[in-house]
Design a protein around this ligand. Structure first.
Ligand SMILES: [Zn+2]
Ligand SMILES: [Zn+2]
Ligand SMILES: [Zn+2]
Length: 164
């Protein structure tokens, strides 16, 4: 089944969140990893939208009622979630976004970042990855995971621009 690359504001986000959490639980069980309460909380905070959040924003939202977890606790939870492909870091924003596309951890993902609404879409592309790695190897370089971030305007915001 083809997954939408970009989740517009009119999509069924509850479903999105439920699927992503179910996927996270299944994945952790399968790998004998524990989705501890703090790891789950951080993931839930990120799943509130498809917009990236900085570590401090995550921290604030993890404990709205007071006792904020220490930064190291948040970073450790983020490391775990990233290692398991449940969360991505958006380098250009120094922020994190929950992955709702079920792709392999090492896959090259092209991140599409909307400058208007801030939403992030993912377009996994094995073909692009191969070309980049070939180019890097051709230069005698040993590539790890390439990151591609493209900023622009999402389809929803484009429609808005035209309408307004
Ligand atoms: Zn969603
Ligand atoms: Zn992803
Ligand atoms: Zn947008």
């Amino acid at each position: 089944m083809a997954q939408p690359v970009f989740h517009g504001p009119d999509h069924d986000h509850e479903r999105c969140t439920a699927d992503a959490l179910a996927h996270a639980e299944a994945l952790c069980a399968q790998r004998s990893q524990r989705l501890t309460p703090i790891r789950r909380q951080v993931l839930e905070v990120l799943l509130e939208s498809h917009k990236p959040l900085g570590a401090y924003e995550i921290m604030d939202r993890t404990a709205p009622s007071g006792s904020r977890p220490a930064p190291i606790t948040i970073y450790r939870a983020l490391d775990f979630l990233r290692d398991n492909g449940l969360v991505h870091r958006i380098e250009s924003r120094n922020a994190f976004v929950a992955c709702v596309n079920n792709h392999a951890v090492g896959d090259l993902v092209v991140f599409l970042i909307c400058e208007h609404c801030g939403a992030v879409g993912e377009a996994p592309s094995a073909a692009v990855a191969e070309q980049l790695k070939t180019a890097a190897r051709g230069a005698g370089f040993r590539p790890k995971a390439p990151v591609i971030e493209i900023s622009g305007i999402c389809a929803h915001c484009q429609r808005h621009e035209q309408a307004g």
